[in-house]
Design a protein around this ligand. Sequence first.
Ligand SMILES: [Zn+2]
Length: 94
Amino acid sequence: MGNSQMAERYGVNCRPCGVPLPPNSDWSDLRQENFPFWGRCHVFQNGLYYRPVNESGNYLCPNCFEEPQRRQEEQQRMQEEEQRRRESERRRLS
Ligand SMILES: [Zn+2]
């Protein structure tokens, strides 16, 4: 725990994309929240970056943090499009 706070003090990197995350000097506003996909996460500096509570070192910039959600929405969009395509085909054939 102490070690990870040291790392955060000097600034850490986003694990998936490597972007540098802002150094943390104040833990007073550190909070935990539950999120879909990630479960319980530390929220650093009001959402500048995140870390799942049980994954030490797995820091996530907001971009990577939102990635699974975006991917799911994208999948959903493709499924809906596919369905529309099939429906219009069915209409055309009948
Ligand atoms: Zn990232």
